[in-house]
Design a protein around this ligand. Structure first.
Ligand code: SF4
Length: 323
């Protein structure tokens, strides 16, 4: 794998090409919850979710949006020579709040010239037209990029039920279509090693998000933390996580079926340091990433190599469009 000739569409390169310079995401933590935790949809949340709502790397949510942006901006400037920023609303469900409050937070995020984008993490069943209309206007007014990160995890609706997501594939498709209609971008979160999914699900994940034409994908490897349903299942042997070699295989397979135009933000997740029972097979996330990149090299394969299922593939096999 060489940085000059990557075998998949790497996010940092894409951002540098689009905005010029070094672009970093600034995580911002909002006070909030999730309808899958507060009883609106369910209590307890997804079976792998801990109380931080997967926002363990954020500053405290008692700080204002501006203060979090300012503090993180200084850190990234000093540490990484960052020049431009995407404000990233990461933890919990960042559209699950009154519209007036949502507008205030988003406007506060887009207040400085070096902020080139906003990224908003949420659930597919919390995407509403009035919030999207506001974001469409904000994008035009401030000249920034706005993307909505949708937690999906898998397209297999039976697995979605098992992990207690509280929504199905249909809500995801509906959200993507409505976001796209307003000229906003979509990033999809997927977990390729859910114990109830197999290789067919891995391929179907790639096919569905390719067909929908999303801009970004972010892969997470499943981690297990204390005080979660998954923690209990894992300890009792009722949830078995695939070996590392199989995860590497799954990611390679996924990339082969993924539209080459989709930008890959991440190949492997980072688990929390504390209260973790299982994370990345006891090794570091970047070693897992390295193994995936080496596997792509060794197998001489790349993102999109098996992407011929798009655009009415049977017609091409029959030779009809050329006849
Ligand atoms: S949707 Fe997100 S915040 Fe809500 S329970 Fe699931 S992982 Fe946690």
């Amino acid at each position: 794998m060489t940085g000059d000739n990557p075998r998949y569409n790497i996010y940092s390169k894409y951002l540098a090409g689009k905005f010029g310079g070094r672009v970093y995401k600034l995580p911002v933590n909002l006070p909030g919850t999730c309808p899958n935790r507060d009883g609106t949809i369910a209590l307890g949340g997804c079976i792998f979710c801990d109380e931080t709502g997967s926002g363990f790397q954020c500053l405290p949510n008692t700080m204002s949006v501006k203060k979090q942006v300012d503090e993180n901006r200084e850190f990234y400037k000093k540490r990484f020579n960052a020049e431009k920023f995407i404000v990233y609303f990461q933890a919990f469900t960042n559209t699950y709040m009154p519209l007036s409050r949502f507008k205030e937070y988003m406007a506060a995020a887009a207040c400085s010239g070096d902020v080139v984008g906003i990224s908003i993490s949420t659930r597919p069943d919390c995407v509403n037209d009035r919030y999207l209309d506001f974001l469409q206007d904000l994008k035009a007014e401030r000249g920034i990029q706005i993307d909505i990160e949708l937690g999906l995890q898998t397209v297999n609706y039976r697995t979605l039920r098992r992990i207690n997501r509280g929504h199905t594939l249909a809500e995801f498709i509906d959200a993507v279509l409505r976001i796209h209609r307003r000229g906003l971008e979509v990033c999809v979160h997927l977990i390729l090693n859910l114990p109830w999914d197999d290789r067919e699900d891995v391929v179907e994940n790639a096919k569905v998000i390719s067909a929908l034409g999303v801009r970004y994908v972010k892969l997470h490897s499943l981690y297990v933390v204390e005080n979660t349903v998954l923690g209990d299942l894992f300890r009792s042997g009722r949830a078995v996580i695939m070996p590392l070699e199989d995860y590497v295989d799954s990611v390679v397979l996924f990339l082969e079926y993924l539209d080459p135009g989709i930008v890959v933000q991440r190949l492997v997740g980072k688990g929390p340091q504390e209260s973790v029972i299982f994370s990345n097979w006891g090794t570091s996330w970047w070693k897992v990433k390295q193994m995936i990149e080496q596997a792509l090299d060794q197998r001489d394969t790349w993102q999109g190599r098996k992407c011929g299922y798009l655009n009415g593939s049977a017609l091409f096999k029959a030779g009809f469009p050329d006849s």
